[in-house]
Ligand binder design. Structure first.
Ligand code: AGP
Length: 608
C-alpha cells in the first residue's frame, strides 16, 4: 500500500520525510517521490524503484525548505514508472499532491479536465487531483481543496501543497488511513504511526471525511462541512516494530484481520454505478470467450487452493469444464494448451518461478494468459495478456491469508463477468451473487470478533504430531488450505482428505485423540459429511467441526464446533477459512515459533 509523510516545522523537511517513508517501507511500494516548498517554489523529485534512490539523490543535491510531502507508491493504476509516481502536480507545478487510495470516478474527471485543455502526463487516477484543485483555486488553498475533494468518489488519503503557501499544508482522509502528529512547534501527517515515532508520540487519529489544516503555528482538524472538530490528542505507547504491525503481535495476525477490508476493496471498488463488475485490464470479448476450447487455472500453494475454488465457480457460472493443476506438475504433464486456451495464473507475489514458467510456455503455445496477482508491475502481471489485481494490500507474512480470500473473490468476479457476457447466467442471478459477495466482509468480521472460540481448539491441537482436515466438494478444497496453513506455521503434520475417500485407507491412521478438523459447510453434502465425522469419531478421533450456524445437529458428532455465519455454499470458503487461519496462527504462537517467517519457507519462491 502507498505511504504518505508530510512535515512542517523547523527541521529540514526532506530529511524528516525520507526517514518517515523508510519506516513505511514494510507497506510495500515500487516508487518514491517528494515535494518541498523552497520559499514559494515547489521542488519535486521522484524516482521508480527503492526509496534509497530518492534518498541518495537528496543527499547529493540537498533540498532546502521546512515544508514538504513525500510518498511511496504501491501501483494500482499505471505501471511503476517515474511519471506515474507521486507527487503529482498541475501544469505550472504550483500544486503538488500525494495520494493513497483509488479514485473511482477518475475517468469522468479526466475527460472533463481534458475538455478544459488539461494535458495529462501519467496513467494514474491521482493526477486529476492537482488539476481539480487548480480549477477551483482563487487564492484560498483550503477552500479549493474542499471543492475539489467534493468531486471525488473512492478512497483517498491526500497531502497537498501550493507554492504560494509556504507555511500551509492540507491533508484529507477518506477510507484510506491517515493520521496527524504534533511535535514541539512542528506538525506531521502520515499513513501510519511508524513514520512519526522518531519525532512525536502525540497523534490525532483522523475519521473519514476529516481534513487536517496546518497553517503557521496552528493545526486544525475540520469535518466535511469545514467545521473545526474537537479531536483528542492521543499518546502512542507502541514501539516502532509493534507499530508496523498496527498493534498486532504478528504480520500474519494483522493480515488475517485485514481480510474484511481486502475483500471489500477487491469487490466494491470494481462495481460501476449500475453495480456491474468492471474487469479493469481484462479485455476478453464475448466472441473470444465463446471460441475457447479449454480453460486452465494454474498456481502453487495457497494460490492453487484458491484456484480450485475458482474452478468450481467458473464451471458453475459458465457451464464449461475448467482444469486446475499445480504449476510445477502442469509444466511437465501433457496438457492441451493451444491458441484456443485461456490459462489463468494465480499468484500473490507475481514472481513464483513455477507459475511464471507456465506463463511463458502457455504464451509460446498461443494461449491467452490472464493473471490474478496482488503486486502491480510484477513479472507475471507484466507478461500476462490480461491482469486482475487483488487489492489485498501488501502481504508480509510468509503464510498467505488475505491474498487467498481476495483471490477467491477475484476469481468469482471474473467468472460472473464472463458468464454474463456469454449469456450463461441471468442478470438476476448475477446481481444476486454480487449482493451476497458484498456481505462477505461483515461475515468475516463476525468470525474475527469470536476468535477466542478458536483458542479452545488450538489448545487441543498444540501438542499433537498429526492433524487431519476433512471435507467434501468445496469443503475438500478448503481443507487443503486449512492443512497448509497449520503445517506451514506450526510444523504439525497436517493433511487434507476427501471425507468420502478416508475409508479407502487413510482411516487406518486415526487413533484415540487424533484431531480431525471437519468442514461441514456445504448443505448438499451435509448429511454425508456428518456420517464421515461419525466414522472417525467412532475410532477415537477428536472431531472439531466447522459448520454454518443453522446446522446445530453437527454438535452430535463433534467435540467442538466452530460456527460461521450462514452463507451461500459457494461463498462459505471465504468465511470458513478464517477460523483455520486463526487456528494455525494461535498454535504457532503457543509453540513459540516464528509465525511470520516459518523455517525453510520464503514469501516468494522464485526458484523452480
Ligand atoms: C502460502 O501460505 C505459501 N506461502 C505458499 O504456498 C504460496 O502460496 C505459494 O508459494 C505461491 O506463492 P504466490 O501466490 O506468490 O505465487
Amino acid at each position: 500500500m502507498c505511504g504518505i509523510v508530510g512535515y512542517f516545522g523547523s527541521k529540514n523537511a526532506a530529511d524528516v520525510i525520507i526517514s518517515g517513508l523508510e519506516k513505511l517501507e514494510y507497506r510495500g511500494y515500487d516508487s518514491a517521490g517528494i515535494a518541498v516548498n523552497e520559499g514559494n517554489e515547489l521542488e519535486i523529485r521522484k524516482f521508480s524503484g527503492r526509496l534509497s534512490v530518492l534518498a541518495d539523490d537528496v543527499k547529493e543535491n540537498p533540498m532546502k525548505g521546512n515544508l514538504g510531502i513525500g510518498h511511496t507508491r504501491w501501483a494500482t493504476h499505471g505501471e511503476p514508472t517515474i511519471v506515474n509516481s507521486h507527487p503529482h502536480f498541475n501544469k505550472d507545478k504550483s500544486i503538488a499532491v500525494v495520494h493513497n487510495g483509488i479514485i473511482e470516478n477518475y475517468l469522468d474527471l479526466r475527460k472533463e479536465l481534458e475538455q478544459d485543455g488539461v494535458e495529462f502526463l501519467s496513467d494514474t487516477d491521482t493526477e486529476v487531483i492537482p488539476f481539480l484543485i487548480d480549477k477551483y483555486y482563487e487564492g484560498d488553498l483550503l477552500d479549493a481543496v474542499y471543492k475539489a475533494v467534493g468531486r471525488l468518489r473512492g478512497a483517498y488519503a491526500l497531502g497537498i501543497l501550493h507554492k504560494d503557501h509556504a507555511d500551509e499544508m492540507v491533508a484529507v482522509r477518506k477510507d484510506s488511513p491517515l493520521i496527524a502528529g504534533v511535535g514541539e512547534g512542528e506538525f506531521f501527517v502520515a499513513s501510519d504511526i511508524p513514520a512519526l515515532l522518531n519525532y512525536t508520540r502525540n497523534v490525532y487519529y483522523l475519521d473519514n471525511g476529516e481534513v487536517v489544516h496546518i497553517k503557521g503555528d496552528k493545526i486544525e482538524i475540520l469535518n466535511d462541512k469545514k467545521e473545526v472538530v474537537d479531536k483528542k490528542l492521543n499518546k502512542v505507547t507502541w514501539d516502532i516494530e509493534a507499530a508496523e504491525k498496527g498493534g498486532y503481535k504478528f504480520f500474519m495476525e494483522k493480515e488475517i484481520f485485514e481480510q474484511p477490508q481486502g475483500c471489500k476493496d477487491t469487490l466494491e471498488r470494481r462495481l460501476d454505478k449500475d453495480g456491474h463488475i468492471v474487469l479493469d485490464d481484462i479485455k476478453m470479448t464475448k466472441e473470444e470467450l465463446e471460441n475457447l476450447e479449454n480453460i486452465y487455472i494454474i498456481a502453487c500453494g495457497t494460490a492453487y487452493n484458491a484456484g480450485v475454488l475458482g474452478k468450481t465457480a467458473m464451471q458453475k457460472f459458465m457451464g464449461i469444464p475448467v482444469y486446475t493443476d499445480i504449476a510445477s506438475e502442469f509444466r511437465y504433464n501433457d496438457n492441451f494448451v493451444n491458441e484456443h486456451s485461456l490459462v489463468i495464473l494465480v499468484s500473490q507475489s507475481g514472481e513464483t518461478a513455477d507459475t511464471l514458467a507456465v506463463l511463458r510456455d502457455s504464451k509460446e503455445k498461443g494461449a491467452r494468459v490472464l493473471a490474478v496477482t496482488n503486486v502491480v508491475g510484477s513479472t507475471i502481471a507484466r507478461e500476462a495478456d490480461d491482469v486482475f489485481y487483488t487489492w489485498a494490500g501488501t502481504e508480509i507474512a510468509v503464510a498467505s491469508t488475505k491474498a487467498y480470500t481476495t483471490q477467491i473473490v477475484s476469481l468469482y468476479m471474473i467468472s460472473l463477468n464472463f458468464a454474463l457476457k456469454m449469456g450463461k447466467i441471468t442478470e438476476e442471478y448475477y446481481f444476486e451473487m454480487i449482493e451476497k459477495m458484498k456481505e462477505l466482509p461483515g461475515k468475516i468480521q463476525e468470525v474475527l470478533d469470536n476468535k477466542d472460540e478458536v483458542y479452545e481448539v488450538a489448545k487441543q491441537i498444540v501438542n499433537k504430531e498429526h492433524a487431519f482436515f476433512l471435507g467434501r466438494g468445496i469443503d475438500y478444497s478448503l481443507a487443503m488450505e486449512g492443512s497448509l496453513k497449520l503445517k506451514e506455521v506450526s510444523y504439525i503434520h497436517a493433511e487434507a482428505f476427501a471425507a468420502g475417500e478416508l475409508k479407502h485407507g487413510t482411516i487406518a491412521l486415526i487413533e484415540e485423540g487424533t484431531p480431525v478438523i471437519s468442514l461441514a459447510t456445504q448443505q448438499n453434502l451435509f448429511e454425508k459429511m456428518v456420517s464421515n465425522m461419525e466414522e472417525v469419531r467412532a475410532r477415537g478421533a477428536n472431531v472439531i467441526a466447522i459448520a454454518q450456524r443453522h446446522n446445530k445437529e453437527v454438535e452430535k458428532v463433534s467435540s467442538h464446533t466452530l460456527y460461521i455465519p450462514d452463507s451461500d455454499d459457494l461463498l462459505s470458503p471465504v468465511i470458513a477459512v478464517v477460523p483455520m487461519q486463526l487456528l494455525a496462527l494461535m498454535v504457532s504462537d503457543m509453540k513459540g515459533l516464528d509465525v511470520d517467517k516459518p523455517r525453510n519457507l520464503a514469501k516468494s519462491v522464485t526458484v523452480e
